[in-house]
Structure formats: structure tokens, C-alpha cells
Write a protein that binds this ligand. Sequence first.
Ligand code: MD6
Ligand code: FE
Length: 200
Amino acid sequence: MTALRIRDFEIHPGYFAPDAQAQLVADLRDCLGQAPLVQPVTPRGTPMSVRMSSAGAYGWISDRKGYRYERLHPSGVPWPPIPAELLAMWQDLVPDARAPECCLINWYDATAKMGMHQDRDEADLSQPVVSVSLGDEALFRMGNATRGGKTESVWLKSGDVVVMGGEARRAYHGIDRIRPNSSTLLPKGGRINLTLRVVT
Ligand code: MD6
Ligand code: FE
């Protein structure tokens, strides 16, 4: 499958075939058994609509104390290792990048969304972020290095991968909405988004 480029966003439709998606879901169940999903709040105390966990050396946390990376899940246990097939994907798509140190796991129910944001809590913004979509389709909006201005949107489907490098690494982006029941991958529906990052 050939990649699609929108600005500096590199989209790989159907990177993971259905059987590979099912294997990923099985591995993520193991991860979430060790480091359960939590509903984060913003630093101002507003609950986010997604539920989150992480795998890897660091997990991304949002709570009243702010946004940051932590070595431990809020329960005090280490984050589980990043599943091998995700490390293989990283090696395949961004071979020149350093090894990923965090795989953020976001779970969306039918009504969840994510406001326009930049990913900039990482020390080295020359390193890409790579995201994997599983389950229900999501409307992904891509903006600019500063808030506002023209945006372009694309529906991300189960198995699609997005590489955010170059100019896209600092671009605002978000999820406007989920298309409920658009995938049968997850038995109870919903969407999982994985973002792999270099943190340090
Ligand atoms: C999502 N993704 O697809 C939200 N961040 O659910 C992100 O916020 C994101 O897709 C950095 C790089 C790629 C992404
Ligand atoms: Fe993001």
C-alpha cells in the first residue's frame, strides 16, 4: 500500500492487515492488564473524554499537577514493554529515528474526541511521532504550527498508521469524532489509538 502525504503528515492506509490488528489487540490486552486505562484530567481539572495508559520506559500523564512523562503507572507499577510488532513497525517506517520510549494508548468510546493540540512534551522534537489506529474510524484534523488557520481532515481506519515528522511534528492536530460501529475489530466497539514517541 502506498503512502499518502498531506502536508508533512505521512499516512499509510492499511499498514496493519486484519490478522496483525487482531494480534495487536491481544497484546494490548496484556499491556492493559498490567497498566490499566485511567481517565485523565487536564491541569485545570476537566476530565478528558479518552481513557489512557502507556507502554515503554515512560508513560504520558495528565493530572492536576500538569502534563508530563513518568516512569511508573499511577498505581506504582512500571509500564509494560512496547509490543514487538510496534517496534518492528517503527524500524520499518522511521529507520533513522532513535528507539521509541513511550507508546501512549488512548481508548475512545463512541462520543470521545480530542481537541486540537501539539505533542511537545518530548525533549527532542526532531524525532517523529508514529500513530496507529485500531477499531472504529476517526476524523483526524491536521492544522498548522500555530493555532488556527486552514486545516485538512482525513478519516483514519483500523490498521492505518500516521507518521508525524518534519513540519508535521509541531503541527496542531486532533480527533473531531468517531464513527461508531464502523469496525468489528473491538467486540464492544470504540477506537484505540497508539502513539509511539521518543521522550528524552
Ligand atoms: C488520535 N492522535 O489519532 C490522536 N499525535 O487519536 C494524536 O494525537 C497524534 O495521531 C501525534 C502523532 C500522531 C497522532
Ligand atoms: Fe497528538
